[in-house]
Design a protein around this ligand. Structure first.
Ligand code: NAD
Length: 500
């Protein structure tokens, strides 16, 4: 029988017990994986193993996909009216809201987040997205199209069928919901492959989905490794679409596999090396705070992190000093401590990866102005780190580090800043700080990225699309645009009197 993971939280910020089913959730039931394997779950704040969950394989993925296919044919899709799909999504949002604190505690513990951030950002954003797409469920429809008097033509927005959702470890619940909410609103059934590093919140979500009353098989979760479970989901011939969020390296692989198997549709939300441009006329105090937040939130493990910071020469010295001071003052610690502003990175692997980038920055001759080391003691903590005097071809300038490390570069003119900002294979996000509205719009238009934030950090809204240019991926999540990612358009032509 599948087990249960239980944890007693006795912290100032959250007291209470949390339970999570550790089986696979297939066809509305908790089941053991066919091979009986498990995955260890770690607490990144101290490196200890806190539990085990099931490790699904290709065999489990096959069972889950078949359950999703059967549910699509029998009890979901357009057979269920949009208002009913919406009602279930509203119910799910209510359940998340009712259990928001314990869900946030699970997420904070598993991913090494600050509990406050998990509660007021991750879980709240998931609730907001569920409500937003619940509203869309009965409002997405086709058109009637004028052609000739002899023909009646219309379009339908049909679901794709079974969709595979593959999610990373940095915002495990929130990113899963960015995909789940529009996929269910438009009538698809789901197999979710959660990251092996942070499996707990998706399993908890499955309990709420069952309680909300979604028919069995509409939503399935298989926890497991990428090369096995993730690969099997991407290869499966009954899966009509894969929506993937993760690294550019694996995204490329997902696309290749999809092309080689059944040419399934693919949405890719990939990595970034997002530019931040701070002009001389920016509000210095506010821009330092926002730049810091967009760089160091969740220890820099943010796809949209503003890691390349271009500062105009008139304020360069003052800005750099203020940014280094702000970085040094960030309180690191366990996510459940009141004073904690920044937790650890997610795993030993990630810790080593981030430290090796810091080492390469030092060796390539960049000047360290803040941080630059692991925090002594237990847990995977890396000091908020800033480098200056970098060259465009350094590894720390070109590659996504996915940790609390930023580089600062001086520039003279707007043209020079735009050119440097666009000198990257990525194009996920960007940030501009200036009080000149014309310049803000001009620069936003010139930057090659899917999102441009002006005088603000990475603050997203469910109504506004998010997605990459260049090698940061294609397709959009959130907003009306995400509905297109989970539907296909059928055109119907009806003869009103053309005879042969
Ligand atoms: P990753 O690419 O290693 O893994 C992502 C997911 O893919 C995991 O669930 C993993 O198990 C699975 N996977 C691994 N190999 C697979 C394979 N062969 N086939 C199918 N699935 C496979 O990424 P990560 O380390 O979990 O997350 C960090 C990366 O995610 C960073 O590059 C970050 O920029 C990116 N990210 C992007 C966005 C966005 O919206 N653009 C958001 C968050 C994270």
């Amino acid at each position: 029988m599948p087990g249960t993971w239980t944890h007693e939280f006795k912290t100032d910020l959250f007291k209470g017990s949390a339970q999570v089913n550790t089986g696979l959730f297939i066809n509305g039931k908790w089941v053991d994986p066919v091979d009986g394997e498990t995955i260890d779950v770690y607490n990144p704040a101290d490196g200890s193993v806190i539990g085990k969950v099931s490790c699904g394989s290709a065999k489990d993925i096959d069972l889950a996909v078949n359950a999703a296919k059967a549910a699509y044919k029998s009890s979901w899709g357009l057979k269920v009216p949009g208002f009913e799909r919406g009602r279930l999504l509203y119910k799910l949002a209510e359940l998340l809201e009712k259990n928001a604190d314990s869900l946030a505690a699970i997420e904070a513990l598993d991913a090494g987040k600050s509990f406050q951030h998990a509660r007021h950002m991750d879980v709240q954003d998931a609730i907001n997205n569920l409500r937003y797409y619940a509203g869309w469920a009965d409002k997405t429809h086709g058109q009637t199209i004028e052609t000739t008097e002899a023909k009646f033509a219309y379009t339908r927005h049909e679901p794709i069928g079974v969709v595979g959702l593959i999610v990373p470890w940095n915002f495990p619940l929130m990113i899963a919901v960015w995909k789940i909410a529009p996929a269910l609103a438009t009538g698809n059934t789901i197999v979710l492959k959660q990251s092996e590093v942070t499996p707990l919140s998706a399993l908890k979500l499955a309990e709420f989905i069952k309680e909300a009353g979604f028919p069995d098989g509409v939503f399935n979760v298989v926890t497991g490794f990428g090369q096995t479970a993730g690969q099997a989901l991407t290869e499966h011939p009954l899966v009509g679409k894969v929506s993937f969020t993760g690294s550019t390296l694996i995204g490329r692989k997902v696309m290749e596999t999809a092309a080689k198997t059944n040419l399934k549709r693919v949405t890719l939300e990939l990595g970034g090396k997002s530019p931040t441009i701070v002009f001389d006329d920016a509000d210095l105090e506010q821009s330092v705070k926002w730049v810091c937040a967009a760089l160091f939130h969740h220890s820099g493990q943010m796809c949209a992190a503003g890691t390349r910071i271009f500062v105009q020469e008139g304020i360069y010295d003052t800005f750099l000093r203020a940014l280094a001071g702000a970085a040094a003052s960030i309180q690191q610690g366990d996510g459940f401590a009141k004073s904690t502003q920044q937790g650890p990175v997610v795993s030993q692997v990630q810790l080593e990866r981030v430290l090796s980038y810091i080492e390469s920055g030092k060796q390539e001759g960049a000047t360290l102005v803040a941080g630059g080391a692991r925090r002594p003691g237990a847990g995977y903590f890396v000091q908020p780190t800033i480098f200056a005097d970098v060259k465009p071809d350094m590894k720390i300038v070109r590659e996504e580090i996915f940790g609390p490390v930023g580089v600062v570069v001086k520039f003279k003119t707007e043209e020079e800043a735009i050119e440097a900002a666009n000198d990257t294979e990525y194009g996920l996000s960007s940030y501009v700080y200036t009080q000149n509205v014309s310049r803000a719009i001009r620069v936003s238009n010139a930057i090659e990225a899917g999102t441009c934030f002006v005088n603000v950090g990475s603050v997203l809204c469910p109504q506004v699309p998010f997605g990459g240019y260049k090698q940061s991926g294609h397709g959009k999540e959130m907003g009306e645009y995400a509905l297109e990612a989970f539907t296909q358009v059928k055109a119907v032509h009806i003869n009103l009197g053309m005879n042969l």
